[in-house]
Ligand binder design. Structure first.
Ligand SMILES: [Zn+2]
Length: 374
């Protein structure tokens, strides 16, 4: 009897300590040891430094090919992805994309589907569409092609049928439509100062931010079974309330955090509890992503695709990842240059961190094999 009750006490103590541990957030010392997934990076070289830093810091990578004129040509991006996947298929994943050349012609849909299927056969986990749709590409009549254009229906239905996620970068941060002195973050300020062609405040003839968001929403509504990942917090980075409305309206949609953490930090500076509540409420819908780019194209493009100093990739990637971990996973304070402020970490519960940092991505991108071991 005494033995049984002693065992019960020990058992309760164990349960108690396990419960307490589950409640306490991770620390910065836990960063390396926790398996993590960066769902938005760009490997623009097969040099392999990215894979080495990822292995050291405990990350799997999803490298996204994108039709961005400052990046290598699409064929070269695909080649690099195939090569790195060959080196470490458990750690390195990639998303393919497609060219808009010939869009609207009679063969575009069939050719694009054939290209996507060939890349999936080589391991692609998703397809990316970029902001060129809605902001750059024009029809033969000279009108901007929006994402909800019926010309995309064949390709999108194919993705729906195959269960292949679409990662969509539509529009830009809302800052892009504001004068420089009203922008919330320094990285946007320098990017748009250096990229007047993408700085919509200077192009009032272009679609408004709200028009692009509306076209995106019509598109998502038009494809209710498409697995939709809104890159860069679905361009609703400026308001967790707006992002919550988007996620509520579209149950198949998720969003990645790539290159928008400072916007979240800007909001948590003024309303910490609201931002923290948002992550807990939408813990199944948010993917960690950085937008780290190995071999960013040129200094002017680096404000959105870190690192900022050529040749410093390994050190900058490590510092970037650690800073995000301190913010999301711990209660630590740190200075954030992009908003020139000290920011307190959200100290999200471990179970929430595990989802945002790994299991959401593995679910959405349908990775069922064993995780990579570091
Ligand atoms: Zn990106």
């Amino acid at each position: 009897m005494r033995g049984a009750s002693a065992a019960l006490v020990v058992c309760l103590m164990l349960l108690g300590s396990r419960g307490a541990r589950a409640e306490s957030p991770y620390t910065s010392a836990d960063f390396v040891g926790q398996p993590k997934f960066d769902a938005h990076v760009h490997a623009n070289t097969a040099a392999g430094v990215f894979l080495k830093v990822a292995a050291r810091d405990g990350f799997e990578l999803l490298s996204i090919n994108v039709d961005y004129p400052d990046f290598p040509p699409l064929d070269r991006q695909a080649q690099i992805a195939h090569q790195l996947r060959g080196v470490d298929p458990r750690r390195f994943h990639f998303a393919t994309t497609f060219s808009m050349a010939g869009f609207g012609g009679k063969d575009w849909s069939a050719d694009t589907i054939r290209h996507i299927d060939a890349e999936i056969a080589r391991g692609a986990l998703a397809v990316k569409v970029w902001k060129n749709i809605g902001m750059v590409e024009k029809s033969a009549q000279g009108r901007l092609i929006m994402l909800d254009d019926p010309g995309f229906d064949g390709v999108m239905q194919h993705l729906e049928q195959r269960g292949v996620p679409l990662i969509a970068h539509q529009a830009e941060p809302k800052n892009c439509w504001l004068p420089l002195d009203e922008m919330t973050t320094d990285n946007d300020r320098s990017y748009f100062r250096e990229h007047p062609e993408y700085y919509m405040y200077l192009h009032p003839e272009q679609p408004r931010y709200e028009d692009l968001m509306a076209a995106r929403d019509r598109f998502v509504a038009r494809h209710p079974t498409l697995i939709f990942v809104g890159a860069h917090l679905a361009s609703l980075e400026w308001s967790v309330d707006e992002l919550a409305r988007f996620l509520d309206a579209f149950p198949n949609a998720t969003a990645d955090l790539a290159a928008r953490m400072s916007q979240v930090q800007y909001q948590s500076k003024s309303n910490y509890a609201k931002v923290r509540r948002f992550f807990i409420r939408y813990q199944d819908r948010i993917l960690y992503g950085s937008d780290l780019t190995e071999e960013p194209p040129a200094s002017v493009a680096r404000a959105q695709n870190p690192p900022t100093v050529a040749g410093q990739f390994a050190a900058e990637a490590d510092a970037f990842w650690r800073s995000d971990w301190i913010y999301l996973a711990t209660g630590g304070r740190q200075h954030i240059d992009a908003i020139n402020a000290d920011v307190q970490g959200l100290a999200l519960p471990r179970s929430v961190i595990d989802k945002i940092y790994r299991s959401n991505a593995r679910r959405i991108f349908r990775l069922t094999e064993k995780p990579s071991e570091s």
